[in-house]
Design a protein around this ligand. Sequence first.
Ligand code: SF4
Length: 97
Amino acid sequence: MNIPDDLAEKVINAPAQTSDDWSKRAACAKENPEMFYPGKGAATADDAKNVCRRCPVSFSCLLWAVDTGEREGIWGGFSASGLGPIRRQRRRALDNR
Ligand code: SF4
């Protein structure tokens, strides 16, 4: 699933993250990490995305994946493999500030 335009816009224009404190509140904290890397375990991407849907820090997680260049796994409810265009737009936006 592609990131909706309104969410992509928020990611592109968000301030730079300076901390990963958000991860302490992650809904996946007690889940098997392999769930978030479909293909490496028995879980599917939908299993991971279902956990992300109830996560209070999904936006910070998605932003983290964009800013750290994650290319694998499920972050913020989306596949990291589809983050390239948003990553490039965000870099441009940060460079122009
Ligand atoms: S959005 Fe998903 S992968 Fe990210 S912290 Fe929350 S549950 Fe974990």
